[in-house]
Design a protein around this ligand. Structure first.
Ligand SMILES: *[C@@H]1O[C@H](CO)[C@@H](O)[C@H](O)[C@H]1NC(C)=O
Ligand SMILES: *[C@@H]1O[C@H](CO)[C@@H](O)[C@H](O)[C@H]1NC(C)=O
Length: 552
């Protein structure tokens, strides 16, 4: 989809003579005018069609020629650089190759509007990492049989942060300050807005170098670059972007909690791309309201789930046809401030510099007052708000497996349970399509809220529960009905599954053909959307089957 050339502006449109350059017929006669108008109106689509036809034919010729000259694999690499897909490389597009060959990196345009204050405060961030545990990957079960060595080379060689310690200017962190209309504790906003929605599709897999970051992206890019030199702060798939929430505040300080969906490209030419996508990056920053002082900064990939990284790699020279997917566990990827930000120059009352970091024999001891918040919400509540901003489907709570059954039992409701190979609220592919369509549609949200207790679990988690726990019977009943990659189930509080549907089957049933897309534009509006209607039916059939029990 992303490599599609059809939706681009024809570059040669200016070379076609404009309509008013053509000779105008006798302007005195209204009949002439009317005829001319009809001709012109008729000609516009024809002209557009002509341009497009000419464009397409020319691109096809260029494409054929490129394959002849470079071969498929060569063209693949070429295309990974050719970001505007015109089959020519501009100097900007050639830059990554130039940098690789010369070893000279052009200076990054350090934040357009950011002017570093030499007298401002600085802080140091330290990166720590424990590499991905290869034996948590599904493919390790067969000894990575059939996975070419070069596919995993970027992953295997990434054992430590790219930069373990780096100074930052405190004022750079003002990108985390809330916009003017967000001042209350609990308010959330997009630091880096998502550019993806169901109609824009996904960003291409065939890329090695991240695009140059702009504005607020620059700091996030610098932070993630401490882990690996090729962070893509806009992930290919939704969710994408960075969201922040005011967790606490007082007259001088904010505690801002944030969540980032970004990924890394681990491979380099000539290997095919390997995408490393942590479930999320999250953390918090305590900073003064004018961003002159950063008290504390922390960013990490949560490791409280058994699997927390999605990996996708290409093993052929094509955009989508040959893609491998796996998930694994990354024990640690973390950035932490070594201490509060401090002035680099200290001036006494008369304006004399009394000490500075370089040259001072004894470092000055700074004493920081304790921060007392006048208003705050819990960390969990802030995390929930970030989550709902990323995922509207979370307006309905998804409880852990055991809690869901307890609640369903006391409220006499059905459990709406989603069992997946990868995590639903992480970036893994299996839950992606589901989440982006039905689970966010308002009629489904309303019905789930009213008549069900919702939950989702990983196959791996239920396999563990099955071994030895009071929930083993419920876990067993779930796994019995599970089919790869995602199974939606409706269960009685005692664990009996009354109804279930596989996500692939469901998506096939409701798949929209591309030519129908325009017709059903109002995706979230409700019942015109076949997938919403089908899911509502599924839920209602479950309620019907459980009627006896629920009536008791
Ligand atoms: C769920 O139901 C409660 C009360 O029954 C209501 O307050 C809430 O707004 C509903 N949420 C959604 C997402 O429909
Ligand atoms: C759960 O309850 C239903 C209805 O009461 C019953 O038919 C079913 O056998 C029960 N299942 C289990 C696993 O106990």
């Amino acid at each position: 989809m992303a490599g599609d050339v059809d939706n681009r502006v024809p570059e040669d449109v200016n070379k076609i003579p404009a309509r008013n350059d053509l000779q105008s017929p006798g302007s005195g006669s209204w009949i002439w005018k009317a005829v001319w108008t009809v001709v012109v109106i008729g000609a516009v689509p024809l002209l557009a069609f002509g341009i497009k036809y000419y464009q397409d034919a020319r691109l096809v010729r260029r494409h054929e020629e490129s394959v002849r000259v470079l071969g498929t694999e060569g063209l693949f690499l070429f295309a990974s650089l050719d970001t505007d897909h015109d089959l020519y490389l501009s100097p900007e597009e050639f830059k990554p190759i130039a940098e690789k060959l010369t070893g000279i990196t052009a200076p990054v345009d350090l934040e357009e509007e950011f002017i570093s204050d030499p007298n401002g405060e600085t802080l140091t961030l330290e990166a720590t990492m424990q590499p991905l545990l290869l034996d948590t990957m599904t493919k390790s079960k067969d000894g990575f049989l059939g996975v070419s060595h070069s596919s995993l080379s970027g992953l295997r060689s990434w054992k430590a942060p790219a930069v373990s310690s780096l100074p930052f200017s405190a004022s750079q962190f003002r990108v985390f300050l809330p916009p003017k209309n967000k001042v209350e504790v609990g308010d959330t906003w997009w630091v880096i807005p998502s550019e993806l929605n169901i109609f824009t599709g996904y960003l291409p897999n065939n890329r090695y170098q991240p695009p140059a970051p702009k504005g607020k992206e620059v700091l996030i890019h610098s932070l993630l670059s401490m882990f690996h030199p090729r962070p893509f702060i806009k992930s290919r798939f939704a969710p994408q972007g960075t969201v922040a929430c005011i967790r606490a505040s007082n007259d001088y300080y904010y505690d801002i909690v944030f969540r980032i969906h970004a990924e890394f490209q681990l491979n380099e030419v000539p290997d095919f791309p390997f995408w490393f996508t942590p479930g999320q990056f999250t953390g918090n920053i305590v900073l003064s309201k004018d961003a002159s002082h950063v008290r504390h900064f922390h960013l990490h990939v949560p490791n409280d789930r058994s699997l927390n990284v999605d990996m996708e790699w290409l093993y052929g020279a094509s955009e989508s046809s040959s893609m491998e997917v796996d998930i694994g566990f990354l024990p640690q990827l973390e950035l932490q401030s070594s201490g509060p930000s401090t002035p680099s120059v200290i001036v006494d009352e008369e304006g004399n510099v009394i000490d500075s970091w370089d040259g001072g024999s004894e470092p000055i001891q700074f004493i920081f007052e304790d921060i007392h918040w006048t208003s705050e919400i819990s960390r969990e509540e802030a995390a929930r708000r970030l989550e709902v901003t990323f995922y509207p489907f979370k307006k309905v709570s998804y409880l852990p497996f055991s809690e869901a059954f307890e609640r369903a039992h006391s409220e006499k409701k059905l459990v709406h349970s989603i069992l997946l190979w990868g995590a639903l609220d992480d970036q893994s592919c299996s839950g992606r399509t589901l989440r982006e369509t039905v689970l966010e549609s308002s009629p489904v949200l309303a019905l789930l809220n009213q008549s069900f207790i919702s939950s989702w679990s990983l196959v791996k988690e239920l396999e563990n529960l099955k071994q030895n726990s009071v929930l083993s019977e419920k876990a067993r009943l779930h796994l019995e009905k599970y089919n790869f990659p995602v199974e939606m189930m409706l269960a009685l509080p005692n664990g009996t599954i009354v109804h279930h549907i596989n996500a692939n089957f469901f998506l096939d049933q409701t798949a929209m053909k591309p030519e129908e897309e325009g017709a059903t534009f109002s995706f979230s509006a409700g019942f015109e959307d076949p997938s919403t209607a089908t899911y509502i039916n599924f839920l209602k059939e479950g309620l019907e089957k459980a009627k006896e029990y629920l009536a008791q």
